[in-house]
Design a binder for this molecule. Structure first.
Ligand code: ADP
Ligand code: ASP
Ligand code: MG
Length: 455
């Protein structure tokens, strides 16, 4: 069995859905299980609809819902050739739209957008796209069967960022997914969606379709996990920031994890480790260029690879800086600054603490504000929004101090707000104002991948 996951960028419209169907049809002999994200852009529209309902903005909610309905109706009429199957799908779509409107109305009536209600609405993106893809696959002659992700992906109850419980999923993957594969059918499952042990719908966090694919692959003993996206594979940098980025043929699991955690959006960070633990090879492929071999993520490092492998980057971060109160003893300051447990607080993406100061970086400004409140007791706190992070990643950085020094020098020359490296880490990272991040990434890319001869 292999798992094929199609991201929203691969199924943004009817043409994309047709391309995905052809890819699955061609992989039929490998016993595929298909995981699919919401049509590209639909999760953003769903977020807009729930936020509008939460502030009782009926016009805003209706505008977002109209966009969602239009996208799915267009896609169904353009990718399903058979009138009867189109009618069947349109009935299912209409039922889901009605259900969504009921949910949004109850959010407006209660005047409160709870994480649980938000998940019930957000899940609809994948529930809809998976229905469309199932019908398109049948139209392409594939014996596809729609599977409800809420019966397969059992998670904890953390709405909005739920964690799948692999131990509990062994049984559900066997009965709901593998049983179909055994019968020669192709199961089609919406990614990103699960349910708590109590049966309440949850979602796995943005980009969580990759995680669904990885946990289904791990629980079902897949031979391979294929992540189909809109670029040729993992690249030397985000191609939107460095136009001359090139595709990497191979990276190690450790490099892929580090790239994902520093923002190379093409793989969700939580999707790498289940595949590693189950020793499942991961391949990143381009649904617009399916003949291209893409990137293979290997369990081990490639000793012939020297130097930096990729530049990962992300924006939209908030940094909290802390300058210790004079007179506070260094060891005591360090202990208090690093204590994120008493009381449990938001987890930073990154934290650096010395005897006299510290910095913590957060994905959202509310979490940063909570953290700033905790640190306020230890000294002078300064919060900076609009922060971008760039990390140079490569296994070679683990052991090669000279290379680490060289990378630090290059990053340092660009005057970062913070620079960090070392230890067993296979990355050197730096924080910059996000407005200048594109320039930083393209300059570093030129420096590491063009001026220096790669080996
Ligand atoms: P999908 O809809 O398939 O899940 P995503 O938008 O989540 O796609 O991820 C694919 C995008 O990731 C690409 O379009 C690319 O812009 C971005 N990206 C960021 N960093 C990298 C990188 N190092 N290699 C490849 N793509 C990257
Ligand atoms: N649809 C979700 C998102 O846009 C999950 C995913 O695409 O993986 O974040
Ligand atoms: Mg993605």
């Amino acid at each position: 069995m292999i798992v094929l996951k199609f991201g929203g960028s691969s199924v943004a419209d009817a043409e994309g859905i047709r391309r995905a169907s052809a890819i699955v049809a061609a992989a039929r002999h490998r016993r595929p299980v298909v995981v699919v994200s919401a049509l590209g852009g639909v999760t953003d529209l769903l977020l807009a609809a729930t936020a509008a309902a939460g502030r009782d903005d009926l016009a805003g909610q209706e505008a977002a819902m109209a966009g969602i309905e239009r996208r799915h109706r267009w896609a169904s009429s353009a990718c399903l050739d058979d009138a009867a199957s189109r009618q069947d799908v349109e009935m299912v779509l209409a039922d889901t739209f009605d259900e969504m409107k009921l949910l949004l109305r109850s959010i407006r009536t209660l005047g409160e957008l709870s994480p649980r209600a938000a998940d019930a609405v957000l899940a609809c993106g994948e529930l809809l796209s998976s229905r469309l893809l199932t019908a398109a696959l049948k139209g392409a002659g594939v014996d596809a069967t729609w599977v409800d992700p809420r019966k397969v992906v059992i998670t904890d109850g953390s709405h909005g960022s739920a964690t799948p419980d692999l131990a509990r999923m062994a049984g559900s993957v066997k009965t709901e997914v593998l049983s179909l594969v055994e019968k020669g059918q192709v199961p089609v499952i919406g990614g990103f969606v699960g349910s708590s042990p109590g049966g309440v719908t949850t979602t796995l966090g943005r980009g969580g379709g990759d995680t669904t694919a990885a946990v289904i692959g791990a629980a079902g003993g897949a031979e391979e996990l294929q992540i189909w996206t809109d670029v040729d594979g993992l690249m030397t940098a985000d191609p939107r920031l460095a136009a001359d980025a090139t595709c990497l043929g191979r990276v190690s699991f450790a490099e892929a994890s580090e790239m994902a955690s520093f923002g190379a959006k093409v793989l969700h960070p939580a999707s790498v480790s289940p595949a590693v633990s189950a020793s499942i090879p991961v391949r990143v492929l381009n649904s617009r260029n399916p003949e291209f071999e893409g990137t293979v993520v290997l369990p081990h490092s490639d000793p012939s690879r020297l130097g930096v492998v990729s530049l990962a980057s992300r924006t939209g971060l908030t940094a909290v800086f802390l300058e210790a109160d004079r007179g506070m003893e260094g060891a005591l300051f360090r202990r208090r600054a690093m204590d994120l447990q008493e009381p449990p607080g938001p987890l930073p993406e990154l934290i650096q603490v010395s005897a006299v100061g510290a910095v913590a970086v957060f994905r959202d400004s509310d979490a940063a504000a909570v953290h700033a409140g905790r640190w306020d007791r230890l000294g002078k706190v300064r919060t900076v929004d609009g922060v971008g992070m760039v990390a140079a990643v490569g296994e070679a950085l683990r052991n090669d101090a000279a290379l680490t020094g060289e990378v630090c020098r290059e990053l340092g020359a660009l005057h970062p707000m913070v620079l960090g490296a070392g230890g067993a880490a296979l990355s050197v990272y730096a924080l910059f104002p996000q407005a200048g991040l594109e320039t930083v990434v393209s300059r570093l890319h030129r420096r590491f991948f063009q001026e220096v001869t790669r080996t």
